[in-house]
Design a protein around this ligand. Structure first.
Ligand code: S3P
Length: 456
């Protein structure tokens, strides 16, 4: 699927975004591992979360009927390039999944390999869970996931006592779990997936498990474990968890701030007034607002409730378009790891060169995001330069043109939004990949007033 984008329209009004996939993965996992029936509302049917649900269904027979039913509801699928893209799905307000948990660690050995699709979070978090379960499981992924580094999770989990083999540091992963002991793990490359995997393993290990990060990444795992009654202690960039057992819980998954970032940017670029409601406002996810502020894009944040320890509320775009270029330093880059693509596209309109320093991790995301951004921005008629792991983006605007999402949801959506602020029309190939995190992205943009059209 392609998206034809005509500039000159305005994106305004009130919007909602699908549930946060980082949170949804973790709630589903802990829901399936707690005694009783957990009632989870707003679980997004994005493909990554479906991957987690499908893997859990293979491991947890009691939860299987509910997960299968949830995954089937209201969707149609088409095959594209080895991944199954889900088209035409909308998130409804009554989107509730009720999962019955197994006794902790009582998963059954899966009959087939666990298919993690495009989702690094599924593979890494489940590795942590399975490390403490006495079964053998094989985790596989699509072509993109199969090329991503897994030693960063395998190494600490092995030190805790699990037997894990990889294919030269990449998937498939074969895990034989068992009795684990706590460790202190000092993370070299900041990663919430690695921290999450080690903490989930630690929640079923003897003794305490501590993860030390160079900068504090998104803290959904520790928030959830604490909310469910596990012993969790946080000191600066150090998190310690002890073993525990938990019971079922209820909540509505907050909207995904990383998806909201695309709509915020669309409103800022088109100079419009937009409010996004029901968004997760966890501070470890909002550093992009700080960067936007430095670009002259002001966003008002208002927390109105909490869901299982996660703050939720609204974002209102109060001023745009970008008026100043930015430098995002290597220290802060991990805090905007998922928002670099959209920040880079906004930077094309910042009036001077912007720089994203130490962005090497972007090369091992769903695509080589540095290369994909460089090609995409050039394709849309902008200027860009990649030197080592630094990305420099020219701020004199985009002429319009054509670019390719390269099977990467965040690249496809960032290019589409960037094209809204171009001088002429554009076409973005592979917009279908948005379904990985935001299946209704093109429809949402159109409903808010953008002149966009999906083409086959
Ligand atoms: C995620 C962590 C981040 C992020 C990904 C989701 C998570 O990955 O890019 O989209 O839910 O833990 P890394 O841990 O590899 O930085």
């Amino acid at each position: 699927m392609r998206l034809r984008v005509q500039p000159g329209s305005s994106v305004r009004g009130t919007a909602w975004v699908p549930g946060d996939k980082s949170i949804a993965h973790r709630w589903l996992i802990l829901g399936v591992m707690g005694r009783g029936v957990s009632r989870l509302a707003g679980v997004p049917r994005s493909l990554d979360v479906r991957s987690t649900a499908a893997c859990l269904a293979q491991l947890a027979p009691k939860a299987r009927p509910a997960l299968d039913l949830w995954a089937r509801k209201g969707s149609s699928t088409v095959e594209d390039g080895g991944s199954t893209w889900n088209v035409g799905t909308t998130e409804g307000p009554d989107d509730v999944v009720e999962v019955e948990g197994e006794e902790p660690r009582a998963f059954v050995e899966p009959a087939a390999a666990l298919e993690c699709g495009n989702s690094g979070t599924t593979m890494r978090l489940l590795s942590g869970v399975l490390a403490a379960v006495p079964i053998r499981a094989v985790l596989v992924g699509d072509a993109s996931l199969s090329s991503r580094p897994m030693d960063r999770v395998a190494e600490p989990l092995r030190r805790m006592g699990a037997a894990i083999s990889t294919s030269d540091g990449r998937p498939p992963l074969t895990i034989e779990g068992g009795t684990l002991h706590g460790i202190r793990h000092v993370v070299a490359t900041p990663s919430a997936q690695v921290k999450g995997a080690v903490l989930l393993a630690g929640s079923g290990a003897d003794g305490e498990t501590t993860v030390v990060e160079p900068v504090r990444t998104r803290d959904h795992t520790e928030r959830l474990l604490a909310a469910l009654g596990f012993p969790v202690a946080i000191r600066g960039n150090e998190v310690t968890v002890g073993a525990g057992e938990h019971t079922a819980f209820e909540g509505r998954v907050p909207g995904d701030p990383s998806s909201a970032a695309f709509l915020v940017a669309a409103a800022a670029l088109t100079g419009s007034d937009l409010t996004i409601e029901g968004v997760g406002l966890n501070p470890t996810r909002l550093h992009f607002l700080e960067v936007l502020g430095r670009m002259g894009v002001r966003v008002e944040v208002s927390v109105d409730r909490h869901e299982v320890g996660e703050p939720v509320g609204s974002l209102r775009v109060a001023a745009g378009p970008p008026t100043a270029p930015v430098v995002v330093s290597a220290d802060e880059l991990p805090l905007v790891i998922d928002e670099v693509p959209i920040l880079a596209l906004l930077a094309t309109r910042a009036g001077g060169p912007s720089r994203f320093e130490g962005a090497g991790e972007l090369r091992v995301k769903e695509s080589d995001r540095l290369a994909a951004l460089a090609d995409g921005i050039v394709g849309l008629g902008g200027t860009v330069d990649v030197q080592g792991s630094d990305l420099q983006v020219g701020g004199d605007g985009l002429r319009g043109g054509s670019a390719d999402g390269r099977g990467d949801h965040r690249i496809a959506m960032a290019l589409a939004v960037g094209a809204l602020g171009a001088d002429g029309p554009s076409e973005i190939a592979d917009i279908g990949s948005a379904a990985v995190s935001f299946p209704s992205f093109p429809e949402t943009l159109a409903r808010l007033g953008a002149d966009v059209e999906v083409l086959p």
